[in-house]
Design a protein around this ligand. Sequence first.
Ligand code: ZN
Length: 339
Amino acid sequence: MFPTALAGSLPKPVWLADTETLWPKWHLADAPLLQAKADATLLWLKLQEDAGLDVVGDGEQARQHFVHGFLEQVEGIDFANKVKMGIRNNRYDAMVPQVVAPLRLKGRVHAFEAQLARAHTRKRLKFTLPGPMTIVDTVADRYYGDRVKMAMAFAELLNTEALALQADGVDVIQFDEPAFNVYMAEAADWGVAALERAARGLSCTTAVHICYGYGIEANVAWKQTLGEQWRQYEQVFPALAKSSIDQVSLECYHSRVPLELMELLSGKDLMVGLIDVASAEVETPHQVADTIGRALQHVAKERLIGCTNCGMAPMSRDVALAKLRALSEGAALARERYA
Ligand code: ZN
């Protein structure tokens, strides 16, 4: 009961890349960089296991950013000439690569870190990929001229890589779709269909992560404008409930999401956010267990997976680790309380 999992990303060690930032600069190049990525992946696998997590991941140590890490292996994208673009409905600017030709995979994208992780843990292994709609929102289109068409093209590529990851022994493939909380009507209209295209034919567990973003300043400021109740999930959950995706994540702790929205997802496993990634204050196990208690009013015991609200990439390493421990200890306490 109440297995625990991370959302996806974890902070990079100081010897690998810049810390406490998105799009961190690598500190090495070529073969030494590859070795350092491997070392960081193994380090975090060990730390997640020691923290007591039930589902572990590579912590996205081998990619610079959760979207652009995938795009680097896609043909038809001009990485040499990035342009400044407002993303997530102009919430913040990012330097993004441009789609300039038909999209095609150059080869495997994440074989290195997925196979490495699989070889070094017996725990359930989760691997994250960006969702098609979020990719479309994080690149400049100079070729397709149609968001849906481009999303479906990315979905096909994601599907190819997802099937290969499954063959590598990955147990859970999660697509990250923060854009679902920004373009809610479009998410319900075609975002979920693109997601299902990306997950087509998978027999492993499939998941989608929808959040209010990393704990960066632009997101914290944005959340201040969302009012007393955050009801974004209300528009997309019904479409997800009807979809083939097995697990859905949602923010819970320190968010203003009305918890009854979970009831829109009956039949799905819910990754409930029990850890705030926008604050360096470490939750206590009691706080984590209390949040589980509140969630249990709206989700069946056997369907609750304890998770963080979002990835931890921009956080301090010590804080992230302490929060993973709190997550695990809090879930253990909840098992005693609510068994
Ligand atoms: Zn997130």
